[in-house]
Design a protein around this ligand. Sequence first.
Ligand code: PLP
Length: 420
Amino acid sequence: MNAPTILGTHAPVLGRAADFPILSRPVQGRRLVYLDNGATTQKPIQVIEAERQFYEQSNANIHRGVHWLSQHATDLYEQGRERVRSLLNAARHEEIVFTRGTTEAINLVAFSWGLSALKQGDEIILTGMEHHSNIVPWQLLCERTGAVLRVVPVTDSGELDMDSYRALLGSRTRLVGVTHISNALGTINPVAEMIRLAHEVGAKVLVDGAQAVAHEVVDVQALDCDFYAFSGHKLYGPTGIGALYARYDILKDMQPWQGGGDMIHTVSFERSTYADVPQRFEAGTPNIAGVVGLDAAIRYVQEIGLDVIAAYEQSLLSIATAQLEQLPGIRLIGTAAHKAGILSFVVDGIHPHDLGTILDMEGVAIRAGHHCAMPLMTRFGIPGTARASFALYNTQEDIDALIAGLRKAQKLFGTGPQDD
Ligand code: PLP
């Protein structure tokens, strides 16, 4: 096979798999080859230890206690907010609201900003490659406000049709919701350009960064976006924690969407007043240990360098793409010029779920299905794809195992070359 190989230029990333304890456990009696990173990433020992240490040494509720431990836990929580600010290069830490993840962050924008900003006839532009979590909240909002959805079509190569986007933008557009990187195709969308165009018509832009923050440098000030959402668990951090970035001048005027402790200034039975941002949007006891784990995860990727990680994953992508293209009967879904380390494909004569099951028996974990992007699957006329998605700990060996598993599946189904 003449495909390119990974050379020693990626020294800061190579060998990092040793930091991830789960990668040394066998699965189905085989070495685990984890290629389902688009769904969730594995956690380095630094993150696992940070959470354990929090419960061992620092656990208390935050913001409300006068005792030392509560102050200490509060400091760790707020340090986590500062870490997220630095990850996204936000101008101020007040612009970071902790949420359960991307989904909750988008719902927050829909039901806080959206409910008061939108009215009958207003338009929300989404793209044809959005994850369900950047579709359904806006549909719910449209039902309540009478606003309508418009959708940017996706080309055969899995890119956004920018001419259609320009044509859709207009005086009725209030919001554009776009994924930074498509979880189902790997396409890196031209979000900076889309934001610039949306701002020309006075619309706000929400970027779904779920697939981006672990795979490239994100700078919300350079992008000039209004909202940016991400999940910690796709960034080597814990589940159940994520964040919303919202520009201060927008966030400070947004109304609460959930009520409870910690988000108030005063409460009486006649009327309550609300805390300043971001606390106004963090009702109840938050996921404090999750923030501590997320902080550790961000420190982990910052220490390696997100630019270094991005370059390494680009190498994995080009090697895997070259090798996949040499297999007969395989069609890549998503061949955009700018892609992140996600390979979606269909194999002649084998359902993606069967493929996933056969690969699993080889210890290779991929995802098979619609990837929570049903409209996109409909666009391509397929029920789903098989998806291999890379992270910093994946190696050439992992790609070899994927290719060997695919060959085996084709042999079993009698659809590929039978002689090797
Ligand atoms: N947006 C994209 C592009 C995703 O890939 C995902 C998760 O797969 C989400 C949103 C939802 O993320 P979460 O389930 O962590 O809220």
